[in-house]
Design a binder for this molecule. Structure first.
Ligand SMILES: Cc1cc2nc3c(=O)[nH]c(=O)nc-3n(C[C@H](O)[C@H](O)[C@H](O)COP(=O)(O)OP(=O)(O)OC[C@H]3O[C@@H](n4cnc5c(N)ncnc54)[C@H](O)[C@@H]3O)c2cc1C
Ligand code: SF4
Ligand code: SF4
Length: 502
């Protein structure tokens, strides 16, 4: 077992490191996993119903399955790590494409692509799933999110659309297994929900075998309900009971009977849960299938297929007319709009986590910490050779096109003598004004102050340099000719090396 507990009763650690530190996102995994029913989620808080140490001498479960603990992470990654592509921004995957519900009425109803609803409906109607865990807005209070065990298409339809507040979906999963006896369950959640379910699988918890499909949503963060409602009441004089609907696009749209108020996102950003600030996963990297916006397209979603199970189910739904698909390469902007926020979220999470470690001495986040394993691996054993480079004379427009077709997010830049000039990533490219992209050369924006490694150094050396640079990759140079790039190591390569050893 991967226990990191300093106590025999995990709840003590869960309470100190996660709950009291404000890192709980109220997913309900601890409640679902507890062998003596000692925990309950109520009003987005974990309540201890009785002292479990009276019944048990030792129990590490609730801390380990919590998505905000560092335990079981690598073992959970095994669920997706046989995918052929690994990308430091969006994780392991098989393919990325554009998709929409084939039914135009459904798309109209959800004001978007309706992919998740169409997939779940197809699965339930065809008895591939006997239930689906979805999140409704509570009737009579649209600010509250209610997870339900959907058993018929109408239940699934009632949960259409995103609610930007916590939802105890893992608790509902537990109820589906233990209360309703469901055995073929589809689960929908944001990345931390998805990780909680993968951790239950990695733990081999008795309820985990009933999971049939994990559908993950992209996620920038979840709002903390009370502070947000207080802000809206104070600033806009709108009582929580007057709110009929809330939507998020570039702004938070608050709808009442009489009016609709658009609140700039920056104004409410501070009301996002503390855990979301150290969360590095934008695209639900542990899911079978991940779904998010395909901005600027409004009626298509970006879909990332990660596992064989996800792939078989998804294309079955396509073949039988439930889902329409298009190649993502037809819309280069979509790729940029998925990768950009994913990198931003990762970098901001790393910054927030290192600040936290300074002040509190621990990171309740899913970051690379297995430094002992990394110190045993040599750079030459894990580096990717045949590095794809770009010439310094290429334009930024050409570079972005290349990124979207090859699904790479960074390239070493070389001059006409094949010497290293620097490195260019989607971050530098997207900072160039759109109108100037066709005339700006990659050589002019490449980052030249690089930390590099040599083949004989360790993976830990590479990780430290990578973290210092915040680029997510380091170049490996030829010790005989330090102008020549012979390899590259990304965070995904490091993670892959760790997963293989775990
Ligand atoms: C908190 C949150 C933040 C998000 N942030 C982003 C983002 O930054 N960028 C981006 O591209 N996409 C984001 N998404 C995903 C996006 O809003 C859509 O959910 C996704 O594109 C799927 O669209 P769809 O039309 O296929 O979904 P639909 O067919 O409408 O189905 C949506 C499904 O989401 C489930 N759901 C809704 N709210 C929650 C919740 N709070 N917790 C768990 N499950 C829920 C419902 O059960 C429903 O089944 C976010 C979603 C959530 C819930
Ligand atoms: S498992 Fe979920 S509900 Fe329990 S402490 Fe962790 S985040 Fe909160
Ligand atoms: S940002 Fe991360 S921690 Fe916050 S709700 Fe989304 S997945 Fe969970």
């Amino acid at each position: 077992m991967d226990s990191k507990s300093n106590s025999l009763i995990a709840y003590n650690v869960l309470k100190e490191k996660i709950i009291n530190s404000g890192f709980c996102t109220a997913c309900g995994a601890c409640e679902a996993a507890c062998p003596v029913a000692a925990l309950q989620i109520e009003d987005d808080k974990v309540k201890r119903l009785h002292d479990c140490s009276a019944d048990l001498d030792l129990c590490p479960i609730c801390y380990e399955v919590c998505p905000h603990s560092e335990a079981l992470l690598l073992r959970s990654l095994r669920a997706v790590s046989d995918a052929p592509i690994r990308n430091e921004a969006i994780g392991y995957y098989r393919q990325m494409l554009l998709a929409q519900a084939a039914d135009p009425k459904l798309r109209e109803q959800c004001r978007g692509a309706g992919v998740v609803t169409a997939l779940l409906t197809y699965g339930v109607e065809n008895k591939i799933f006997d239930s689906a865990i979805v999140s409704q807005a509570e009737s009579g209070d649209p600010t509250k999110t209610k997870p339900i065990v959907a058993v018929v298409p109408d239940d699934i339809l009632s949960a259409i659309g995103s609610k930007f507040f916590p939802s105890a979906v893992a608790k509902a999963y537990g109820a589906a297994v233990m209360g309703y006896g469901k055995t073929k369950i589809a689960f929908v959640g944001v990345p931390c929900h998805v990780l909680a379910l993968r951790k239950l699988e990695a733990w081999k918890h008795k309820i985990s075998g009933n999971l049939k499909m994990l559908i993950g949503l992209f996620c920038f963060g979840t709002f903390s309900l009370k502070p947000l409602l207080e802000h809206i009441a104070k600033t806009y004089n709108i009582k929580p009971s007057d709110i009929k609907q809330m939507r998020l696009s570039k702004e938070l749209v608050v709808q009442t009977e009489k009016e609709s108020i658009n609140i700039p996102f920056e104004e409410v950003q501070g009301k996002i849960l503390p855990s979301c600030r150290t969360c590095a996963d934008f695209t639900s990297e542990f899911a079978d299938i991940s779904v998010g916006s395909a901005f600027p397209l409004t009626d298509w979603s970006a879909v990332i297929i990660r596992t064989k199970t996800g792939e078989d189910f998804f294309f079955d739904a396509v073949k039988n007319g439930a889902i329409n698909v298009r190649a993502v390469e037809q819309e280069p902007k979509v790729f940029e709009r998925v990768i950009g926020p994913a990198i931003k979220k990762r970098i901001e999470a790393l910054r927030a986590a290192s600040k936290l470690e300074e002040t509190r001495g621990f990171i309740p986040a899913r970051l690379l910490r297995e430094t002992d394993l990394l110190s045993r691996v040599k750079v030459e054993d894990i580096m990717t050779i045949n590095v794809r480079t770009v010439p310094s004379g290429m334009t930024v427009s050409q570079l972005l096109e290349l990124m979207s077709t090859e699904h790479h997010i960074g390239y070493p830049v070389i001059n006409e003598y094949f010497e290293l000039v620097g490195i260019v990533t989607i971050e530098e490219a997207s900072r160039v004004d759109k109108k100037k992209r066709s005339e700006t050369l990659v050589g002019a924006i490449a980052r030249s102050n690089l930390d590099v490694v040599y083949p004989g150094e360790t993976a830990l050396d590479a990780f430290k340099k990578m973290s210092a640079q915040e680029t997510g990759r380091v170049l490996v140079l030829d010790p005989e000719n330090p102008q020549r790039v012979i390899g590259i190591i990304t965070k995904a390569d490091l993670l892959h090396a760790l997963v293989k050893q775990a």
